[in-house]
Ligand binder design. Structure first.
Ligand code: C5P
Length: 256
């Protein structure tokens, strides 16, 4: 794995050339950034936790037939993914008012929304990822109308599934951000879920205490970020201290 070609480096992840054509290795760093990199720190252990949590979520989504770029976890910090053409949109799904929505519309944080709301932001650091409408997306060709239909229906399906998954472990899925890509198989193209789903890009509140178990702990200088991510992993039944890939749960101990 030495001397791999670095294809892309983002704020929290690096993409390396994969072992086969059409694959990449996604490496999770410990860097934490917020407010478009204006706030930056390194939080030891964050990358390992995000790799594990994202693996778990993508595997569950693959199981229910949501197409994703995820193939398998390789080690504590890396996963093998399919190379996709990233659609330059951040898709945010909200169930409860918080963050920028609360600020923009003057809604009290924690207010349940009348229905789930999907928002689009154009991925452009130099513009601070501005919010855009479907009109902008199709007019500027970032995605076609049928691609946007796929993105919308996948986003809502992912939201329904994750809301239930987290509710089952006492966590309220307030909102989250996802990204999609085009996966080419011959001359066929499919829209698939890409990037990651981890507490870095979700708002996760404990159902009983409303404790924040996500990156708002970093954005709002609350401390205890790794402990919060560990708690999410623990509730999902993941043994993060165990570097062996695979699902956790009861382990059959075989006698020699
Ligand atoms: O800040 P805002 O309220 O718009 O964020 C909505 C959701 O999208 C939050 O869960 C946040 O973690 C996520 N997000 C993200 N990356 C961004 C912007 C928002 O993961 N660049």
């Amino acid at each position: 794995m030495n001397r791999r070609r670095r294809v892309y480096e983002g704020k929290a992840k690096i993409l390396y050339e994969g072992p086969e054509p059409g694959t990449l290795v996604q490496h999770f760093k410990d860097d934490a950034t917020a407010f478009n990199n204006k706030k930056h720190d390194r939080i030891e252990g964050k990358g390992v936790l995000n790799n594990r949590i994202s693996e778990y979520i993508f595997e569950r989504l693959n199981e229910i037939g949501v197409p994703t770029h995820f193939m398998k976890r390789l080690n504590m910090r890396e996963q093998l993914i399919r190379e996709v053409e990233i659609i330059p949109l951040e898709v945010v799904i909200r169930n409860v008012a918080a963050g920028s929505l609360s600020k923009r519309l003057g809604l009290e944080e924690g207010t349940t929304l009348p229905r789930s709301i999907v928002e689009f932001y154009y991925k452009a650091d130099e513009l601070d990822d501005p919010m855009v409408s479907e009109e902008h997306i199709t007019a500027f060709g970032w995605a076609s109308p049928p691609e946007l239909d796929d993105i919308m229906s996948l986003a809502l399906r992912i939201n329904d599934f994750l809301t239930g998954l987290f509710l089952g472990v006492g966590i309220r899925l307030v909102d989250f951000k996802i990204e999609f890509g085009r996966l080419w198989e011959g001359d066929q193209m499919r829209i698939v879920l890409a990037d990651e789903i981890s507490p870095d890009c979700c708002r996760l509140w404990d159902i009983d205490t409303q404790d924040k178990l996500d990156k708002d702990r970093f954005r709002r200088d609350m401390g205890g970020l790794v402990e919060a991510y560990q708690e999410v992993a623990r509730r999902l039944g993941l043994h993060t201290e165990n570097p062996t890939p695979g699902r956790s749960g009861p382990v059959l101990v075989q006698s020699k």
